[in-house]
Ligand binder design. Structure first.
Ligand code: KG4
Ligand code: ZN
Length: 359
């Protein structure tokens, strides 16, 4: 940790996908890191017309947003560029071009200010984000990482001590939400839209598979679920028929299909987390990543864990999806744990594919 005699000020830059996130975290010599300010620009509206993230558009938009957002967090925290001690950026995994924007800006800032850089693993950011909540967890715990691109169960013994216990062999849970939602004619990103549509729907109405529920390990598979949703829509005659999907009389049936899809995803996630708790004997769970915002997942996991005297921790709702706060926080916690590799020379790299258990 740079010795300044005052709390270390960390700027966090997130640009791995379709959100530009900037944040300032203060790391006191003793005690927990404090979030001073964070600002976010979501590109969802821009990508919605294409039904998914267009990588080239994402990179260009990050370029437009990152400096104004950096200025905004500095103003919000009443700090200046010169106060920054460390510039942290998402080094991976994510879209290569999008990552390069954040890394490039972070590197330029570091060089201009003469301050070190710290490349952060995006999933470590998600994993540690509940430490910014009012009820932070304690190590060790089981982490359920459920984002748009990853579904993993990890054993977490401390900062940088991550053991992968299971992961998806094909689609991520977020992808299962997004792809099923797209088939139902819902806008991108489908997860929140599908879960809204599911309210009031009958989760038993459609018989959908619970893939790998009894696989005997902690791996997941969600690709078959999307195919099953597709098959039901073919039977209904609604596949690729936006006119029929938008019709008033289709809505109750779609609500049932959405509720059934959500129930299948949530049941598998909850049961695998319970199996991980049982096999490790741990008594604490952290849920992180965009799908962690799902209400049904929270309700069912809370209920199942309450019965077993197991504590469940979530990030604040607004910090479930991608943001800069989790990147600055992960940098702070690594610095505090003496596990940060600070880079001084003005050079950087990104890792579009990067295994969290390997860091
Ligand atoms: O962690 P995240 O913001 O980005 C990645 O790192 O991928 O996760 C985005 C994913 C998307 O698949 C999105 O549909 C899903 O999180 N998501 C949800 C909800 N909010 C976001 N899925 C289900 N229910 C939600 N409420
Ligand atoms: Zn993410």
């Amino acid at each position: 940790m740079p010795a300044t005699g005052r709390p270390c000020l960390i700027l966090g830059v997130e640009s791995s996908c379709d959100e530009t996130g900037l944040a300032l975290v203060s790391l006191p010599e003793r005690g927990a890191p404090q979030l001073l300010a964070h600002a976010l620009h979501s590109q969802i509206d821009m990508h919605q017309a294409y039904g998914g993230v267009v990588p080239e558009l994402a990179s260009r938009d990050h370029i437009r947003r990152v400096v104004p957002l950096a200025r905004q967090v500095l103003a919000d925290a009443n700090k200046s560029m010169a106060d920054i001690d460390v510039v942290a950026y998402t080094r991976g995994p994510g879209l290569a071009g999008a990552l390069l924007v954040g890394a490039g800006v972070a590197c330029a800032l570091g060089a201009a200010l003469g301050k070190p850089l710290l490349g952060v693993h995006h999933l470590e950011g998600h994993l540690l984000s509940p430490f910014l909540s009012v009820d932070p967890p304690e190590f060790p715990f089981i982490a359920l990482l459920v984002s748009g691109g990853h579904t993993q169960i990890m054993r977490v013994d401390g900062v940088g001590q991550y053991e992968l216990l299971g992961e998806t062999v094909d689609d991520a849970a977020g992808e299962a939400f997004d792809k099923s939602a797209k088939l139902m004619g819902l806008p991108y990103p489908g997860g929140p839209h599908l879960s809204k549509l599911a309210v009031g729907g009958d989760a038993q109405a459609f018989d959908l598979p619970r893939p790998m529920l009894h696989s005997g390990n902690l791996d997941f598979s969600f690709a078959g679920l999307k195919t099953a949703v597709r098959t039901h829509l073919v039977r209904l005659g609604w596949l690729d028929r936006p006119d029929l999907l938008a019709a008033q009389e289709a809505q109750p049936v779609l609500a049932n299909l959405a509720a059934s899809t959500q129930a299948a995803i949530v049941e598998v996630l909850v049961k695998k987390v319970l199996a991980a708790l049982k096999s490790t004997g741990l008594k604490r769970v952290v849920v992180a990543g965009g799908v962690g915002a799902n209400r049904s997942l929270r309700e069912q996991l809370d209920r199942a864990c309450a019965r077993r005297q197991i504590r469940v921790h979530y990030p604040e709702l607004h910090l479930c999806t991608d943001n800069g706060a989790m990147i600055a926080l992960a940098a702070a916690m690594r610095l505090q744990a003496g596990k940060a590799t600070l880079v001084i020379e003005p050079s950087f790299d990104v890792r579009p594919r990067w295994d969290l258990a390997a860091i």
